[in-house]
Design a protein around this ligand. Structure first.
Ligand SMILES: [Mg+2]
Length: 263
């Protein structure tokens, strides 16, 4: 569980910089973030593009891993389903608070607090007052995207921070050119721990691949369960290299020892 005080810091506490610590392929349960990890970051979340061949590669990887493949994202599960369908066995959305534990299963949701209506209204006003800044509403929080106005990041963080100041139920998290307000106590680590309790994930060692501060919780959970994490900017460079690496793993049924330049 995250208990972050003061200004949130960006970057992982611990980095896995090499592939030496990876679990053996056949014993791995794979957890992958989506935006900035599997998919290139787009100007807005709606504009993201799923490259041709990605779903097929994930499906092949899933079968190679005995179905132990989950994507873990801040996006709602319904969006993940629209993007990737049943290529991943499990989908964890909204930072672990919504879970589709297997294909075609009902989405399970944690009981979570809802932001005050006044917060949504104030966040709408903040977004409307800056050209290029956009509010994304979620059932249990919201995200202020400022990719088009990166220079405004600090100021927007202060404004949203002031809005929710003193809240015990919500926290403010930095994301890729965005600020997210979300409930405390549920994070990507929650999704990893929940899925690791049952087949096909249980009895394997988790590998979590992510690029963002919210992925730290997933990586920490994977480490605590005897697995490890790979940090995209440090290890791969970007999503294209992650996709190539995963496609090679799906083809060869082993974790490639290095990041290649071609699939
Ligand atoms: Mg990400």
């Amino acid at each position: 569980m995250s208990a972050r005080g003061g200004a949130p810091s960006v970057g992982p506490r611990r980095l896995t910089r090499s592939f030496a610590a990876l679990p053996p392929f056949a014993q791995t349960a794979l957890f992958v973030d989506v935006d900035g990890t599997l998919l290139d970051i787009a100007p807005t979340p709606e504009q993201v593009v799923v490259p041709e061949g990605l779903a097929d590669a994930l499906r092949a990887l899933r079968h190679r891993l005995g179905d132990a493949l989950a994507v873990v994202s801040g996006r709602p599960v319904e969006q993940l389903e629209a993007l990737l369908g049943d290529a991943p066995y499990a989908l964890a959305g909204e930072h672990g608070s919504a879970l589709r534990p297997r294909p075609a299963a009902e989405v399970e949701r944690c009981a979570l607090p809802t932001p005050l209506p006044a917060w949504y209204e104030a966040a709408e006003r903040i977004a409307a007052s800056h050209e290029g800044v956009r509010l994304e509403r979620k059932p249990h929080g919201f995200v202020l995207h400022y990719r088009a106005r990166p220079a405004l990041g600090e100021r927007l963080g202060e404004e949203i921070g002031a809005l929710i100041a003193g809240s015990e139920a919500f926290l403010l998290m930095p994301a890729r050119k965005a600020w997210e307000v979300r409930p405390r106590g549920v994070d990507k680590g929650t999704a990893v721990r929940t899925l690791m309790r049952n087949p096909p994930f249980a009895a394997r060692r988790p590998l979590f691949i992510g690029d963002d501060v919210t992925d730290e919780d997933g990586i920490s959970a994977a480490e605590a369960l005897g697995g490890c994490g790979l940090w995209v900017p440090e290890v791969f460079g970007g999503p294209a290299q992650v996709r190539q690496w995963l496609a090679r793993a799906a083809r060869d049924a082993t974790w490639p020892a290095e990041v290649g330049t071609s699939a």
